[in-house]
Design a binder for this molecule. Structure first.
Ligand code: HEM
Length: 435
C-alpha cells in the first residue's frame, strides 16, 4: 500500500478515479494510519468532500471547508463528537449498562445555547493569569524527569517524561488526586479506542469493561472531591458551579466531563509533545536552529502542531441539508473533518507538506479546532510543549532519534507514536563540560 496518497486498491501506481479512492478510504488502516494528511492529498485535489461507505461518514479534507464547519456549530452540530465511531455490539452495550455507563454531553459535544452558557461559567481557570502560576511547576517536573535520565544515554521519552508530566499537570489543573496514575493510563486508552477506534467484537467486551470501570471511577473521584468543598483546581470549581447553578452545570455534565477531561487534557498534550520531538529530531536543521536560538521555540511549537498535530480529525453532524465543497449533504450527515489534511492544504499553507519552523502562518492550524468550541486548554498545552522543548534543547542538544519502528493506536482522531526512543552521548552533555 502506498503511503504517498496513491490508490490503496490498485497497487500498480497508476491513477485511480476519485470515486474508487473514496470507496476504498479506511481510516483505521493503510495510508491514513501512516500519514493522514498525505493519505487525503487526492481528496484535497479532486474531491474535497466525499462519502466513505466503510465509515458511514462524509470526509472533509480542505482547510477552508473544515474551518467553515467549525465556524457554524448550529448547522454543523458537535453532538456526535464523542459518539462511539464503531457502534457497540449488543454484548458490549450490556457490559456498559452493567456499570451504569451514561456518558453524555460535556462541552465539546454540547449544542447551543447550553454550551456557551456552560463554557462561560467555567472559563475563568483557563485565563492566562491563572496559567502563569503553573509555569514553575511544569518546569520543575520537567527538570526532575530530565535529571533522572540525563546520564543514561538512551531513553523512551514517552515512558520517562512525555506521558507522566502532562498527566501530573492535568490532574493538578483539575484538582484530581494524583494517586491513580497507572489505573488512569489503561482507562484513557480504553476510552480512546471506545470513542475513535475500531475494536473487534471481542475487544469491544474488554474495552467496555475498562470504560465501565473508568465511568465508575470518575463517579468515585467526584464523590471524594465533593467531600472537600474548598479544594483547588478546575473540577473543584466545576463542582461548586454545579451546586450554585445546577441547571447550567448539570450532574450529568460533571460525571461525563470527569471522564472525558482526563483524555482531553492529558492524552492530547502527551501525543502532541511526542510528535513535536519526533518531528524536530527528524528535521535536524530545524532542531539545530531551535537549540541555537530558543526564541524560535514558540513558532516551532505551532509548526509542530500544524505539521504533526495530536488531534488529526474531529466530528460534526448536519442539522439541515446543506452544500459543502460543492457537494450536497443531507440533514443528519455525519462528518469527519480531517484537520491534519487541512493543516497541509496548499490553498492556505504554501508548501503545506514541508516542515518549516519559520512559517509565518503556522499558528493558523486547526489542531485545536476553531470557533466557539475551540480548545479551552490550548494555552496550557502550548505552555507545556514550549517548556519541554526549552529544557530538552538546552540540556540535550546532541539528542538524536534511535533506530526504531514507530507504532500507533489505530483510531481516527488521536495520533502520536506509542514510544519515542532517543539516544545521546552523556560525555557530551553540556552541563558536564560546563557544570
Ligand atoms: C476541545 C485539541 C489540550 C480542554 C478541544 C478540541 C480539540 C482539542 C480538537 C475540539 C475543538 C472544537 O470542537 O472546535 C487539543 C489538543 C491539545 C489539547 C491538540 C494539546 C496539545 C487540552 C488541555 C485541556 C483541554 C490541556 C484542559 C486542561 C479542552 C476542553 C474542550 C477542548 C474543555 C472543549 C471546549 C468546548 O467545546 O467549548 N481540544 N486539546 N484541551 N479541549 Fe483541548
Amino acid at each position: 500500500q502506498s503511503s504517498q496518497g496513491g490508490c490503496p486498491v490498485h497497487h500498480s501506481g497508476g491513477s485511480c478515479p476519485a470515486s474508487e479512492l473514496a470507496a476504498a478510504f479506511d481510516p483505521f488502516e493503510g495510508p491514513y494510519q501512516v500519514d493522514p494528511a498525505e493519505a487525503l492529498r487526492w481528496s484535497r485535489d479532486q474531491l474535497p468532500v466525499f462519502y466513505s461507505p466503510k465509515l458511514g461518514y462524509w470526509i472533509v479534507s480542505r482547510y477552508h471547508d473544515i474551518k467553515a464547519v467549525f465556524r457554524d456549530n448550529v448547522l454543523y452540530s458537535p453532538r456526535n463528537a464523542l459518539e462511539k465511531i464503531t457502534p457497540a455490539t449488543p454484548e458490549a452495550m450490556k457490559v456498559l449498562e452493567s456499570y451504569g455507563y451514561a456518558m453524555n454531553r460535556t462541552l465539546v459535544n454540547e449544542d447551543e445555547p447550553a454550551h456557551m452558557e456552560r463554557r462561560r461559567a467555567l472559563l475563568e481557570h483557563f485565563m492566562p493569569e491563572n496559567l502563569e502560576a503553573k509555569q514553575e511547576m511544569i518546569r520543575r517536573l520537567t527538570r526532575e524527569k530530565i535529571d533522572g535520565f540525563i546520564d543514561r544515554g538512551r531513553v523512551d521519552l514517552v515512558e520517562d517524561m512525555l506521558y507522566e508530566v502532562p498527566l501530573t499537570i492535568a490532574l493538578h489543573f483539575l484538582g484530581v488526586p494524583e494517586d491513580e496514575i497507572t489505573r488512569l493510563r489503561s482507562f484513557a486508552v480504553a476510552h480512546a479506542v471506545n470513542t475513535w477506534g475500531r475494536p473487534t467484537p471481542d475487544q469491544q467486551i474488554e474495552v467496555a469493561h475498562a470504560v465501565g470501570r473508568f465511568w465508575q471511577y470518575a463517579g468515585e473521584v467526584i464523590e471524594k472531591m465533593r467531600a472537600d468543598p474548598d479544594g483547588q483546581g478546575w473540577m473543584h470549581y466545576t463542582l461548586r458551579k454545579n451546586a450554585e447553578i445546577p441547571e447550567v452545570v448539570t450532574d450529568s455534565y460533571v460525571h461525563s466531563m470527569m471522564m472525558a477531561i482526563i483524555v482531553a487534557a492529558h492524552e492530547t498534550t502527551s501525543l502532541a509533545s511526542t510528535n513535536m520531538f519526533k518531528t524536530l529530531l527528524t528535521h535536524r536543521e530545524a532542531w539545530g536552529d531551535v537549540c541555537a536560538d530558543p526564541s524560535l521555540i514558540p513558532n516551532a511549537v505551532e509548526e509542530c502542531l500544524r505539521y504533526a498535530g495530536a488531534v488529526v480529525a474531529w466530528r460534526r453532524e448536519t442539522t439541515a441539508p446543506t452544500r459543502l465543497g460543492g457537494v450536497d449533504l443531507p440533514e443528519g450527515a455525519k462528518l469527519l473533518i480531517v484537520q491534519a489534511s487541512g493543516n497541509q492544504d496548499e490553498r492556505h499553507f504554501e508548501d503545506g507538506d514541508k516542515f518549516d519552523i519559520y512559517r509565518d502562518n503556522a499558528v493558523d492550524h486547526l489542531t485545536f479546532g476553531y470557533g466557539s468550541h475551540q480548545c479551552m486548554g490550548k494555552n496550557i498545552g502550548r505552555m507545556e510543549m514550549r517548556i519541554f522543548l526549552e529544557e530538552v534543547t538546552r540540556r540535550l542538544p546532541h539528542l538524536r532519534l534511535a533506530e526504531q519502528e514507530f507504532t500507533y493506536l489505530p483510531n481516527t482522531s488521536f495520533r502520536g507514536p506509542n514510544d519515542l526512543w532517543v539516544e545521546w552521548d552523556p560525555e557530551q552533555n553540556p552541563e558536564r563540560a560546563n557544570p
